[in-house]
Design a protein around this ligand. Structure first.
Ligand SMILES: Nc1ccn([C@@H]2O[C@H](COP(=O)(O)OP(=O)(O)OP(=O)(O)O)[C@@H](O)[C@H]2O)c(=O)n1
Ligand SMILES: C[C@](O)(CO)[C@H](O)COP(=O)(O)O
Length: 238
């Protein structure tokens, strides 16, 4: 399935909200760094995919031994996430209709079942697809004093997750359009939407956490431990 799949992993962020002494992707989660966990999960699902890893040019923490893929390349990150992803697209030579899947390095709890569901949806939808989660709470709009000024209707509101997957030509056109129009997009789907297209929302697991703040580390460790326990439980019952 995955021989024609290109995985782009933006990993050039500084992790400012984490406030650690190194970028958050190099913080340990159990026996290895977050980056190694994320790449390992992607490899479990798509062992023959080609990986493009976006790293900051000044990155001196990265170790190639954390990459389990046989075909991979490193590209320089950009000023924003969207610039890092566009650098990756510019660095690879692939057919226009090749499938490209972008996944945050900061989401190590991604599961094979979600990855495969997204891949299938992106194959079927010409505008691509993204993992997402319907909003479950009542949504408040704050005023400047952080008072609850209004309640927003939450019907049809979703949280965008990653991965997000698109045909190469569409994603490249979308991100080039966003850059040319000085439009700061925080995910790939926003860039595709700006072209007037509507990617498919694929309902993903709620535990696909983006490690952002210090508390998230313990939460991610607990999620991963519970996922491993569940998968050995289901292997035993087979
Ligand atoms: N110039 C950038 C900025 C972000 N990222 C990547 O985009 C993903 C999502 O970004 P986020 O969680 O915001 O990470 P950081 O930018 O590292 O965090 P912060 O905003 O707290 O600095 C991460 O995998 C991050 O490494 C990137 O490749 N290039
Ligand atoms: C792409 C993303 O993970 C979707 O939720 C998210 O937008 C990236 O994080 P950021 O904090 O907006 O950079």
């Amino acid at each position: 399935m995955s021989h024609s799949l290109w995985l782009i992993v933006p990993a050039a962020g500084q992790g400012k909200r984490m406030g650690a002494d190194k970028p958050k992707q190099y913080l340990s989660l159990g026996e290895k760094p977050i980056l190694a966990h994320t790449l390992s999960r992607l490899h479990q699902a798509f062992p023959t995919a080609h990986l493009v890893l976006c790293l900051d040019s000044d990155d001196h923490w990265f170790k190639p031994e954390w990459v389990p893929f046989s075909q991979w390349q490193r590209v320089a990150g950009g000023a924003e996430r969207m610039d890092s992803v566009l650098n990756a697209l510019h660095a690879i030579k692939v057919p226009e209709n090749a499938m490209v899947m972008v996944h945050d390095v900061a989401r190590p709890c991604i599961t094979s079942s979600d990855l495969w569901a997204l891949y299938d949806a992106a194959q079927q939808h010409p505008s691509g697809a993204l993992l997402a989660m319907p909003v479950a709470d009542t949504m408040k709009r704050a005023n400047a004093e952080q008072l609850s000024a209004a309640t927003e209707p939450r019907d049809r509101l979703w949280h965008a997750l990653t991965p997000q997957a698109f045909r190469y030509a569409l994603l490249r056109r979308a991100l080039e359009y966003a850059v040319a129009n000085h439009c700061m997009v925080t995910d790939e789907a926003s860039a595709v939407e700006a072209l007037g297209q509507a990617p498919k929302l694929v309902s993903g697991r709620r535990d696909n956490l983006k490690i952002t703040h210090p508390d998230d580390l313990a939460l991610a460790a607990a999620i991963m431990a519970s996922q491993v326990a569940q998968s050995s439980e289901s292997e035993r019952s087979c």
